[in-house]
Design a protein. Structure first.
Length: 207
């Protein structure tokens, strides 16, 4: 079982926490993570792009000149794709880009993402995270004390409105909770800051 140092909000060591092998020490499957991330990104696409074919553009359908005897190439109407303002060949149309991923693959990808943060040393476990008030400077100071200089994802067991309000004005920082945790968010941020209660809840869900 992987052991990770546990710190308080001031960045001071307060002991160690032993994490589950099944959730935080699993074999890392990059292909599963890639598939799930691609599915998440595809689901965000609006798919509203649309271009007009030769049947949809404005213009007469009359043949522009006779078939033979002009010395020119054979053409029909000005709406053909080779002419300016003509229709488009294989025009893109509105479509749904989303696709489903098997539950087992999603589960495998989540375990792989969590395990990759432990393997790379990018996980920070807090003994607890309590804010007296929703102040951005409190979260900013905590991150500074923890040595977080780049993008960070802060994970708590349940939705915390005070934490969300206090962190949303800090560039590159996002507050989340176990119920909405996903592979894309885990991999997108450089540091993974999680409370010990949230880590235990992850183990309950994915063990």
């Amino acid at each position: 079982m992987p052991k990770v140092a546990m710190v308080n909000m001031q960045g001071k060591p307060v002991g160690e926490i032993e994490l589950s092998d099944n959730t935080f020490g699993a074999e890392i499957h990059e292909s599963a993570m890639h598939l799930v991330v691609r599915a998440q990104l595809n689901a965000k696409r609006q798919g509203t792009q649309s271009a007009r074919t030769r049947t949809e553009v404005e213009g007469s359908g009359k043949k522009i000149y006779r078939q033979k005897g002009t010395g020119n190439a054979r053409h029909h109407s000005r709406r053909a794709p080779q002419f300016t303002h003509g229709g488009m060949v294989f025009a893109v149309k509105p479509r749904d880009y989303s696709f489903t991923v098997p539950k087992k693959v999603k589960r495998l990808a989540m375990k792989s993402a969590l395990s990759s943060k432990v393997a790379e040393g990018d996980i920070i476990v807090l003994d607890k995270l309590e804010l007296a008030e929703a102040k951005t400077r409190t979260v900013a100071k905590m991150l500074k004390d923890l040595g977080v200089a780049k993008k960070a994802l802060i994970v708590v067991p349940e939705k915390d409105e005070a934490l969300i309000r206090a962190s949303r004005n800090i560039e590159g920082v996002q507050a989340s909770h176990v119920g909405v945790l996903n592979v894309l968010d885990i991999l997108k941020y450089d540091k993974f800051v999680i409370t010990q209660d949230a880590a235990r809840k992850c183990e309950e869900v994915y063990d």
